[in-house]
Design a protein around this ligand. Structure first.
Ligand SMILES: [Zn+2]
Length: 334
C-alpha cells in the first residue's frame, strides 16, 4: 500500500497552502503516496484559485477514513479554525494558533498509526508566539507533543544523507555537547531510520571532530578517542556497521561515491555545507528520533510573506519533502 502522508498547512498567511496545492497537482505524488492535508479547506480553496488551479477540488473530511486519495481532489482534514479571508503576508495570531493545531492533529494521527509520516509546510515563528504557543519552531513542538528528548536533524538529498550530533549551537558549545552517549544515540537513530525504511544493512560513516579526525593526536586533544570512539565500539558490538571516526572531507566524497548510506556530522556546518553545495533547494530537513518512530520532513523555506497570495511560490521543496517522507516512512506489507 502507498503510505498515507499528513501534510500540515502551516501559516495560512504564507505560501504554505499554495505550495501544497501546486505540489498535489503533480500526478506522480499520487503514484507514490496517499496525501492528506491537515488545515482549513477554505484557505486551500483560495490557494487553488491564486495558483490558477481552481479545477482542483478541495474535499473537506473529518478523518483519514473519508479521504479519497484521487489525483485532482485534495483531501483536507478540515480543522476550520480560520476565516477564508486571512490577509496574505500579515502576521496573525489566529493563523499562528491554527498552524500549531494542524501539527498537533498530525501528531495525534501519527501516534494512532493513521498516517505514516508528517510533511510540514512552513509556519511563522512570530505568529506562532502571538497565537500563544511559545516554541522556537516545528522541531520543538513535535518533540514536546511526542515527549521526545533525544532526536536529531537529518538532511537528505537524492544522493546524500547527513545526520547531526549537534546543530544550532556555537562551535565551542557543540564540541562540549558531543559525548559518547549522544554519539551512540545518533548512530542508533541513523541505523534505525534506514532499517525502518527498508535498508537491512545500513552503512554509517562518522566524521571526526578535528581536521584529519585528529591525526593521532596531532590536531586537537584526543576528542575523537574520548567522545566518539567508545560510541563506535558499542554500536559495532551491537552489529551496526560504522566506519570512522574519519576525516570529514574524504568521508563526504566517499559517501557520494556510494560507499556509505548515511554520514554522521559532528556539527552544523560540517553536515550542512556538503548538502547545500549539491543545491540550495534540494535538501530536505528531517526530524529523526521522535517517539513512536514518527518521521517528519519539512520544506527548506519559510512562509515568504512577501510573495504569499501571488501564486508564484515554487513547489519543488514541498515535492522533495514529500518524496523524503515516502522514502523514510515505515515499510508496510502490501
Ligand atoms: Zn541551520
Amino acid at each position: 500500500m502507498k503510505p498515507i502522508i499528513a501534510i500540515t498547512m502551516g501559516d495560512a498567511a504564507g505560501i504554505g497552502p499554495e505550495v501544497i496545492v501546486k505540489a498535489l497537482s503533480h500526478p506522480d505524488v499520487y503514484e507514490m503516496c496517499r496525501p492528506v492535508v491537515i488545515g482549513d479547506a477554505g484557505t486551500l480553496k483560495r490557494a487553488a484559485a491564486v495558483t490558477g488551479r481552481s479545477e482542483m477540488e478541495i474535499h473537506p473530511v473529518a478523518g483519514v477514513a473519508e479521504a479519497l486519495f484521487q489525483q485532482g481532489i485534495i483531501d483536507c482534514i478540515n480543522l476550520n479554525l480560520l476565516p477564508d479571508t486571512v490577509p496574505f503576508g500579515q502576521l496573525s495570531a489566529a493563523a499562528g494558533n491554527a498552524a500549531f493545531h494542524y501539527i498537533a492533529k498530525a501528531v495525534e494521527l501519527a501516534k494512532a498509526g493513521e498516517v505514516l509520516a508528517i510533511c510540514t509546510a512552513p509556519l511563522n515563528k512570530e505568529a506562532l508566539h502571538k497565537g500563544g504557543h511559545l516554541y522556537p519552531g516545528h522541531t520543538e513542538i513535535l518533540a514536546k507533543l511526542t515527549e521526545t528528548e533525544d532526536f536529531s536533524m537529518m538532511l537528505s538529498t537524492g544522493r546524500l544523507k547527513v545526520i547531526h550530533l549537534t546543530t544550532h549551537v556555537g562551535l565551542i558549545k557543540a564540541v562540549e555537547m558531543i559525548t559518547p552517549e549522544r554519539t551512540y544515540n545518533v548512530l542508533k537513530l541513523a541505523d534505525q531510520v534506514l532499517r525502518t525504511a527498508g535498508n537491512e544493512h545500513p552503512r554509517i560513516a562518522l566524521c571526526g571532530i578535528n581536521p584529519h579526525a585528529g591525526e593521532n593526536g596531532l590536531f586537537g586533544n584526543g576528542e575523537e578517542e574520548e567522545k566518539l570512539l567508545p560510541a563506535v565500539e558499542k554500536a559495532r558490538a551491537e552489529g551496526m556497521e560504522v566506519y570512522g571516526p574519519a576525516p570529514a572531507d574524504t568521508l563526504f566524497y566517499r559517501a557520494m561515491r556510494g560507499d556509505f548510506d548515511i554520514v554522521v556530522a559532528c556539527y552544523h556546518d560540517q553536515g550542512h555545507t556538503p548538502i547545500k553545495v549539491l543545491g540550495i533547494e534540494a535538501g530536505v530537513n528531517i526530524t529523526v528520533g521522535l517517539k513512536g518512530g514518527i518521521i517528519r520532513t519539512s520544506v527548506d523555506h519559510g512562509t515568504a510573506f512577501d510573495i504569499a497570495g501571488k501564486g508564484i511560490a515554487d513547489e519543488q521543496s514541498m515535492l522533495a519533502a514529500l518524496r523524503s517522507a515516502v522514502e523514510l516512512a515505515p515499510q508496510q506489507a502490501v
